[in-house]
Design a protein around this ligand. Structure first.
Ligand SMILES: Cc1ncc(COP(=O)(O)O)c(C=O)c1O
Length: 395
């Protein structure tokens, strides 16, 4: 194939562009009415929880930690097979990340190992809905209830995921979604926290806007009024033109989701039969996967080369792959900072060595998916790549 298939790509429609242009042409482009309206739409779509936007999920998490009053010397339990941003913020705040190993089949944090990591300093758990499949929420909620801990979900991958037929973000926890460029809906950069707690929602809104108690639109807009600060804050709001993009994307989330599902379904039909490839195991409570990414494990013994060499082989065939993730505790800064015992995160390290994310994005064609499968099969079987029979299975 002469064209390159990236592992991911944002889907931007003419309606999205129109929506952003309309916002730019209005007299208000910083955070204002479009942000408020997007937050209401997200709340309706999620099914009830308050929604508070930020200029990134990372900024939202930082503000949340301070708003909840989580201080230096405390501990938070989280997996290491994740993006380093939240762990970085813990370290910056003097909070110790305590890593829990993952289940080698589902790649989610291993709930059975959480309790033994709880100490008097533990204040919360930050699990990740890895790849858009859910971790088992209920047992973790039980643990948090028993020990009085916060359950703060890293839902960066989980816009559209459902656990027991309820959307992630509406299970009574605090959930943090990302809307960066490659997420299931995007505002370029952006994040959303959902919570059932109206007081927390109010505090977060105030904290993201320099501590000012009213919407900046009302403070500085046409009917500017007096303002007051009852607690200092950040400047971490989404702009109206970013929210215009997010609103337009949210309107077609079902279409975006179905496109992802179509590609995932093709992968699920063929990849399990290819030697040396293992897919992520789904659990019955996962009633809908957002298919944010499609991770597979490479059997390096079978292939007789490393995961990175496997990625190179695919790159030679014009196929890009993602790396989700290099375990955080193996990154230079954290290796020296956290002084972890070796073998403590056995499955995380093993999976982190073998995992790649295959191309999956809404505008990907069925032909592209077949091409990827065919390329993997040709590497697996050491055979010449053929033109895949597009009629082999119907989708
Ligand atoms: C698992 C995970 N958590 C957190 C983040 C941070 O999100 P943001 O880029 O919106 O700050 C990302 C971003 O890719 C992520 O993948």
């Amino acid at each position: 194939m002469s064209k390159f298939i990236p592992y991911t790509k944002p889907s931007i429609s003419d309606d999205d562009i129109h929506s952003v242009v309309e916002s730019l042409r209005s007299s208000w482009i910083k955070s204002g009415p479009v942000v408020s309206s997007f937050e209401s739409s997200f709340t309706d779509w999620i099914g009830g929880a308050y929604s508070i936007t930020f200029n990134s999920a990372t900024a939202g998490f930082d503000i949340l930690l301070k708003t909840l009053g989580i201080k230096k010397g405390k501990e938070i339990i989280t997996p290491s097979l994740t993006w380093p941003s939240f762990v970085g913020l813990l370290c910056l705040s003097g909070i110790t990340p305590v890593f829990v190993d993952i289940n080698p089949d589902t790649f989610q944090l291993d709930v059975t190992q959480v309790e033994q990591l709880i100490t008097p300093r533990t204040v919360g758990i930050v699990p990740l809905h890895y790849a858009g499949q859910c971790y088992d929420i209920e047992p973790l909620q039980e643990i948090c209830k028993t020990y009085g801990l916060y359950l703060i979900e890293d839902a960066a991958h989980a816009i559209g995921s459902e656990y027991q037929s309820i959307k992630v973000g509406n299970h009574g926890n605090i959930s943090i979604f990302s809307m960066n460029a490659i997420k299931n809906i995007t505002s370029g950069e952006g994040g959303i926290i959902t919570t059932p707690d109206s007081l927390l929602s109010h505090k977060l809104k105030r904290a993201r806007s320099q501590g000012i108690d009213r919407d900046s639109f009302k403070c500085h807009g046409v009917r500017a009024s007096r303002y007051d600060v009852k607690a200092p804050g950040w400047n971490a709001t989404l702009t109206d033109f970013q929210a215009a993009l997010a609103s337009s994307q949210l309107k077609r989330i079902d279409i975006l989701q179905k496109s992802r599902e179509k590609i995932a379904k093709i992968y699920l039909s063929y990849l399990p039969d290819i030697p040396g490839i293992t897919i992520q195991k789904a659990e019955a409570f996962n009633t809908r996967n957002s298919w944010h990414i499609f991770p597979v494990l490479i059997d390096t013994n079978y292939f007789k080369f490393t995961r990175d060499q496997f990625r190179e082989e695919l790159m030679n065939k014009n196929i890009g792959t993602g790396l989700h993730f290099i375990p955080v505790h193996l990154l230079t800064y954290y290796k020296s900072k956290l002084c972890l015992k070796t073998n403590h995160l056995k499955h995380t390290e093993e999976i982190g060595d073998r995992i790649i994310s295959l191309p999956l994005f809404p505008d990907m064609s069925i032909q592209d998916a077949y091409y990827v499968i065919d390329a993997i099969e040709s590497i697996a079987k050491g055979k010449k790549q053929t033109i895949f029979d597009l009629n082999a299975k119907e989708f």
